[in-house]
Design a binder for this molecule. Structure first.
Ligand code: ADP
Length: 584
């Protein structure tokens, strides 16, 4: 499986810059408030330093104490008010940015080329839309603002230390090398750890959803044990990757804590020594020491949030990775000049170096019925996907009226060619919504016509709320045949001139099948039909038959021509005729 891409560092940084510059003013305002709050927090230690100085010089009077206490009170009121406004701003901004990120993400997910989703598997996408989005939400709403604030506070506090006494302040720096090197070590080794942790969640989600979706097959093939073993292995991988990051944190946090205490102790000792020897005032030593203590809080937060930021950055890289998937449809605005489907020298490979379609040439005229027959694995479904424009040929061309199908925008493409399979998803919403999906501009008259033509008008009218009846997982239950009819009605609304019909996933129970066949033939009337036939009577009724084998068309002609030719088709036909068939 080819996992969805993950953005690299420069891409993440560029994207983050883009986000910030889009909200430049909100950002500056927020920082302004936070800077104000940080500055007002610096008054406390400074006032206390003055107080110590006055006390040391025996000049402290009751009046002075009162004034200083009032100053302290005012500073803390200002601090509280500014912090309140700053926080409010940052949370509002965080919500806005998060909402935008999520909207962008959803639209890139919806624009993902089908083939990319198929190759990546649902687990990867699922974990990106759940765990990663959640992680981003914490990062953008809390981690980034908290971290920026802490950084601002740390810088301002350090600036104040230098302003009061650079001589004392140097002692506060003794821990810097410890902090720097241990943090660098942590970042270097923890980042891949967090990435591995995320990846393990994605794999686990993938295995889980695969197990649940394929539960019946697993049961039938008794794959339960095998699947349980795989899930165990996935859980083990998640466990060990979490243990790894936990271990990293366990090593790093104590180093950080001791470095803080060490810095305070050194400043106190050094400042005390300087004060005793009259190099600095005792007040300056007091103020700087208090600043170092005060620095612990923002530094602690800077470091604590680094963790979250790391996880957030990993999740962010996965989110924007999705938007970096290049749309494989470089949309052309060229209009097909007619409805002829032409394949010329088409090659296609799912895996590089293993062509499963080798040099197919085919022209299908408007209104023609072509049946594709051949052994399983011959390449019929793959050809079907190519003709429906889902996949792009590796070389050669698949076109309608001279326009390459894989170059058409999806909504234009679907007005020309559609693939009909037995997959018929019912979306949450009313019957009307389910049909209007195919053509939002459809009038009530068109919807009625579509339902009538697939023989579904009557039963939809007898539903509890008619066309307004809610369907989907929580709504009114439909039989598989009814669901299929709605899917066919959607096709009538889209009205493509060519249908690729995959009979592979054969029809339901015979009674429903016969009923559906009527609906189906109503849809097929007047259109070009390329049917991947599993029942030879489909081939018998077709205008032409293409026998596919080994990734190419080995015989092509009418039923009678191919019988006369006495080749592969003739022998297929004879063996089918001689067998008592259950199919027809
Ligand atoms: P048919 O419809 O005639 O049974 P397919 O078109 O499904 O044949 O398959 C043609 C070949 O391509 C087979 O060898 C099959 O194993 C291979 N194939 C089909 N789908 C995939 C896929 N998604 N990834 C890799 N190989 C595939």
């Amino acid at each position: 499986m080819a996992a969805l891409p993950i953005a690299d560092r420069p891409e993440v940084i560029a994207e983050a810059k883009l986000l910030i510059s889009a909200h430049r003013w909100a950002f500056i305002k927020m920082l302004f408030f936070y800077a104000g709050a940080a500055v007002s927090a610096l008054f406390g230690p400074w006032i206390l330093g003055n107080l110590t100085n006055e006390a040391a010089h025996h000049q402290l009077t009751g009046h002075k104490v009162t004034v200083m206490v009032c100053q302290l009170a005012v500073a803390s009121v200002i601090y509280t008010a500014l912090t309140f406004f700053a926080r409010r701003r940052s949370y509002v901004l965080g919500e806005q940015i998060f909402a935008e990120l999520r909207e962008n993400f959803i639209s890139s997910v919806l624009n993902l080329p089908l083939i990319v989703v198929e190759r990546a598997g649902t687990g990867d996408l699922l974990s990106r839309t759940t765990t990663d989005v959640e992680s981003i939400s914490r990062t953008v709403r809390f981690a980034v603002p908290e971290w920026l604030v802490a950084l601002l506070q740390a810088v301002l506090t350090f600036g104040a230390m230098l302003l009061v006494s650079p001589l004392v302040a140097v002692a506060g720096l003794v821990s810097t090398p410890f902090l720097f090197f241990s943090t660098r070590w942590y970042l270097r080794y923890a980042t891949p750890g967090y990435r591995r942790e995320r990846m393990s969640y994605a794999t686990l989600a993938g295995t889980m959803s695969e197990t649940i979706e394929g539960a019946r097959t697993m049961d039938a093939l008794q794959l339960g044990q095998r699947q349980a073993t795989r899930i165990d292995a996935n859980v083990r991988e998640s466990f060990f990757s979490e243990m790894y990051t936990l271990l990293m944190r366990m090593n790093w946090f104590p180093i950080v804590e001791s470095a803080f205490s060490f810095a305070v102790a050194c400043t106190l000792a050094w400042g005390g020594w300087l004060a005793i020897h009259h190099h600095v005032s005792i007040g300056a030593a007091t103020t700087v020491t208090l600043y170092v203590v005060q620095l612990n809080d923002p530094l602690d937060r800077i470091i604590a949030w680094l963790d979250e930021l790391q996880m957030g950055a990993a999740a962010f890289a996965r989110l924007i990775g999705v938007s970096s998937v290049r749309d494989d449809r470089p949309t052309t605005s060229a209009e097909p000049s007619n409805e002829v489907i032409t394949l010329s020298d088409v090659h296609y490979a799912y895996r590089a170096g293993h062509d499963v379609i080798v040099g197919v040439d085919l022209v299908v005229q408007p209104g023609e019925r072509l049946a594709m027959v051949g052994p399983s694995g011959a390449g019929k479904s793959t050809l079907g996907r190519l003709i429906a424009g889902i996949d792009r040929p590796r070389t050669g061309s698949v076109s309608v009226g001279g326009v390459e199908l894989a170059d058409m925008p999806l909504d234009t493409l679907r007005q020309h060619v559609a693939l009909v399979t037995q997959e018929h998803h019912i979306f949450i919403g009313s019957v009307h919504d389910n049909l209007a999906l195919a053509k939002p501009s459809a009038t009530d008259e068109e919807i009625r016509h579509a339902l009538e033509s697939v023989d579904a008008w009557e039963w939809t009218q007898s539903l509890p709320d008619g066309l307004a009846t809610e369907l989907g997982t929580t709504g009114h239950p439909l039989s598989p045949a009814q669901a299929q009819q709605l899917a066919l009605a959607r096709l009538v609304l889209i009205d493509p001139h060519t249908l690729v019909l995959d009979e592979a996933t054969a029809l339901l129970d015979p009674r429903a099948a016969r009923h559906l066949e009527r609906s189906m033939s109503a849809v097929l009337t007047g259109r070009t039909v390329i049917a991947i036939a599993h029942r030879l009577h489909t081939a018998h009724d077709a205008d032409r038959v293409a026998v596919v084998d080994g990734g190419t068309i080995v015989e092509l002609g009418t039923h009678d021509e191919l019988l006369a030719r006495d080749g592969q088709y003739a022998s297929l036909w004879r063996s089918w005729r001689n067998e008592p068939s259950v199919e027809s």
